[in-house]
Structures are given as structure tokens and as C-alpha cells.
Design a protein. Structure first.
Length: 209
């Protein structure tokens, strides 16, 4: 499987680099409009940046359009997420994810692959579960296309491992079509930081036995 991943990975990286650079140019007007509305809607930066676990466990900073108030802290489970008015639209439509094209250009992400999570997930996984980071994380992936946050943490991991085991162009094409259906239906779009805390707690409980 390692040889297959290496060969397809090189081809996939070339396609990702070409199309992400092209899409950044095409979407530049949209980026400018979204940036202006974010600044008018609430105080704070245009972009949200956060540490995530990438390929082989290497940590990088993901880039998204900010959809929450500036002082929202994902690690503070004492209150709900504080979305801005415009941020709710960005989240429902997944437009907030578009700046991850920058991460793709930099080689930190791919268009398709297991979603990158905050490092606390990786820290509490067992060896089998950590197999999901054998490839670059993606803007979308098999787990994301199968229901996103409507899935349990273990269902997500199993889909991610299935993706790694069947790493191929055919599977990526399948994920693209599934993702379109999921985004249009807005299935599993809402996550909430309480869910993040619950998922990490589930991993800790399962792997501490």
C-alpha cells in the first residue's frame, strides 16, 4: 500500500497544486467581498487560524474565513460557539473552508483526504487510529462526505482509514460527488465545540482501557 500511496500521491499533489492556484485566482473577487463583509459584520481578523495535525502527525496552521466572534475559544467548553451573523451563512454554505486552498498550495493539505483535527485528537488516538494521517489531510474527505459531524468520532476514523486503504483516483472522484450532495443538503454542517470536547473525551475513554 505504501508504494501505491507514494505513486498516486505524487500525481495527486501535482493536480492539487495546479487547481488550488487556479481556484485562488478565480475566487479572488469572492474572497475580497467576503473579507469586506466579515470586517463590517464584527470586530476581529478576516481569517481564523488554528493548529491542526497534518500528514505523519506534523502540526500546521489551518486557514479559514472567521465565522465566529474573535474571542471564541474552541477549548472553552463552558459556553456555546459564538457565530457572527455573517458567520452563520459562511458555515452553512461551507464558504468559510475556501481559504484552505492556501494550505493546499503550501503542501499542508490536499483537496481530498481525512479532515485535519486539533492536535488533542491525535494525542489520544491509538496506533491504528493514527493511520489516518498517512496521507495529507483534505478540505473534504470520505468521512466528511458521508455525513460530517452527524457521525461519531469512531465512524469518522473508520471512514478515514478506509480512505487511506483505498487511496486512488477512483475513490477521490467518488468523494467529490458525495461531497456535493452533502454540502447541498447541509448535512452535518454544524459541529460545535462541545462536540469536539465530547469526541476527544470518547477517544481518551476508549484508549485508556
Amino acid at each position: 500500500m505504501a508504494i501505491t500511496i507514494f505513486k498516486y500521491g505524487a500525481f495527486k499533489r501535482g493536480i492539487d497544486l495546479l487547481f488550488s492556484a487556479l481556484m485562488l485566482l478565480i475566487l479572488l473577487p469572492l474572497f475580497l467581498v467576503v473579507a469586506v463583509v466579515i470586517k463590517l459584520d464584527s470586530a476581529g481578523p478576516v481569517f481564523f487560524k488554528q493548529e491542526r495535525t497534518g500528514k505523519n502527525g506534523k502540526v500546521f496552521r489551518i486557514v479559514k474565513f472567521r465565522s465566529m466572534v474573535a474571542d471564541n475559544d474552541v477549548r472553552d467548553a463552558s459556553c456555546d460557539d459564538k457565530y457572527t451573523r455573517f458567520g452563520k451563512i459562511l458555515r452553512r454554505t461551507s464558504i468559510d473552508e475556501l481559504p484552505q486552498l492556501i494550505n493546499v498550495v503550501k503542501g499542508e493539505m490536499a483537496f481530498i483526504g481525512p479532515r485535519p483535527w486539533v492536535p488533542e485528537y491525535f494525542e489520544n488516538m491509538n496506533e491504528r487510529e493514527r493511520g489516518r494521517v498517512a496521507v495529507r489531510p483534505g478540505i473534504t474527505g470520505l468521512a466528511a462526505a458521508k455525513g460530517r459531524n452527524d457521525l461519531s468520532i469512531f465512524e469518522k476514523i473508520n471512514y478515514d482509514l478506509e480512505y487511506v486503504a483505498n487511496y486512488s483516483l477512483r475513490q477521490d472522484v467518488k468523494v467529490v460527488f458525495l461531497t456535493v450532495k452533502t454540502v447541498v443538503s447541509k448535512e452535518g454542517a454544524e459541529a460545535g465545540k462541545q462536540k469536539v470536547h465530547n469526541e476527544i473525551a470518547d477517544l481518551m475513554a476508549e484508549n485508556s482501557r
